[in-house]
Design a binder for this molecule. Structure first.
Ligand code: NAP
Length: 252
C-alpha cells in the first residue's frame, strides 16, 4: 500500500473526481477527511465506502468559497485525526458565461472558490504541517483550461491559470520544509461539472481531438493523484500532470 496510515483531506469529495481520489487513497491505506458543501448524503456514502474498505473516514461540511470560514475549517479537519499528511485541493465550480455578459459576481464567486479558497486551505494546512514537523504533500486539481481557452469559461480558466502559478510558487516556498506541491490537470472528465449539452455539442469533437479516442473517466485521475501523494514521486515538486489522453499535444 502506497499511502498506509496517511491522513488525507480531499476537498469536494462527495462526488466526481474528488470522490474517486478519496476512495482511491483509502484503497492505498489512507484515512480520509471527506468534504461536501451541500450534498451531505453523498459525502456519507463516500465515508461508508471507505469504511467498508477498512479505513477510517469523516465527512465535514465547508463552503470553500467563503474565505472567512477556511481557517476554522482547516483546524476542524486537522483535529479529526490530529494531523493531515496530504491535502488535495479539488473542490471547484465552473460557471458558463460569455465574457461580455459576465457579471462581476460570477467572476468573484469563481475566483473566490477556485483560487482564494485553494490558497487559504493550502496556507493554513502547510503552516500546521510545518509547526508539527510533517513533511506533507499538497495536490491541486487544476485543468487544461489553465493554459487553453474554452469559450465562455473565462473566469474558470483564469482561476485555473492562477492556480497553476500558485502550485509552482507554493512548491518553491514550501519545498524547503519538505512539503511537495503538485497538480493534476484533466481535460474533460465525465462528472456533474460538465453540462449535459457539452456531450451533444462537443463530445464527438473532443473524442476526435483526443488520440486515445475517448473522454476521461474519474478513475483516470486516481493513479496520477496516488503517484503524487506517495513517496514514489518524492523528487517531483512544482509539476502538473496533464490527464487528457494526448489531446493538448494535437492539432485539429
Ligand atoms: N470534470 C471535468 O471535466 C474536469 C476537467 C478539468 C478539471 N476539473 C477539476 O476537477 C475538480 C473536481 O471537479 P468535478 O468534475 O469532480 O466536479 P463535481 O462533480 O461538480 O464535484 C464538485 C465537488 O466540489 C464540491 N463543491 C462545489 N462547490 C463547493 C464549494 N463552494 N465549497 C466546497 N465544496 C464545493 C461539491 O460538493 P457538493 O456535492 O456537496 O455540492 C463536490 O464534492 C475541480 O477542481 C475541477 O475544476 C474537472
Amino acid at each position: 500500500m502506497k499511502l498506509k496510515n496517511k491522513i488525507a483531506l480531499v476537498t469536494g469529495s462527495s462526488r466526481g473526481i474528488g470522490k474517486a481520489i478519496a476512495v482511491g487513497f483509502a484503497r492505498e491505506g489512507a484515512n480520509l477527511i471527506v468534504t461536501y458543501r451541500s450534498k451531505k448524503n453523498r459525502a456519507e456514502e463516500v465515508v461508508n465506502t471507505i469504511e467498508k474498505a477498512g479505513r477510517k473516514a469523516v465527512a465535514l461540511q465547508v463552503d470553500i468559497g467563503k474565505p472567512e470560514t477556511i481557517k476554522e475549517f482547516i483546524s476542524e479537519a486537522w483535529n479529526v485525526f490530529g494531523r493531515i499528511d496530504i491535502l488535495v485541493n479539488n473542490a471547484a465550480a465552473a460557471y458558463e458565461s460569455e465574457f461580455l455578459k459576465m457579471s462581476f459576481n460570477l467572476w468573484r464567486e469563481t475566483l473566490s472558490l477556485n483560487l482564494d479558497g485553494v490558497m487559504l486551505c493550502s496556507q493554513y494546512t502547510a503552516q500546521k504541517m510545518i509547526d508539527n514537523g510533517i513533511k506533507g504533500n499538497i495536490i491541486c486539481v487544476t485543468s487544461i483550461n489553465g493554459y487553453q481557452v474554452e469559450l465562455n469559461f473565462s473566469a474558470y480558466s483564469v482561476s485555473k491559470a492562477g492556480l497553476d502559478m500558485l502550485i509552482k510558487s507554493m512548491a518553491a516556498e514550501l519545498g524547503p520544509y519538505g512539503i511537495r506541491v503538485n497538480g493534476i490537470a484533466p481535460s474533460v472528465v465525465k462528472t456533474e461539472i460538465v453540462p449535459e449539452e457539452f456531450y451533444e455539442k462537443q463530445g464527438a469533437l473532443f473524442k476526435k481531438k483526443t488520440p486515445l479516442g475517448r473522454l476521461g473517466e474519474v478513475e483516470d485521475c486516481v493513479g496520477p493523484a496516488i503517484l503524487l501523494a506517495s513517496d514514489e514521486s518524492s523528487y517531483i515538486n512544482g509539476h502538473i500532470i496533464v490527464i487528457d489522453g494526448g489531446m493538448s499535444i494535437t492539432q485539429l
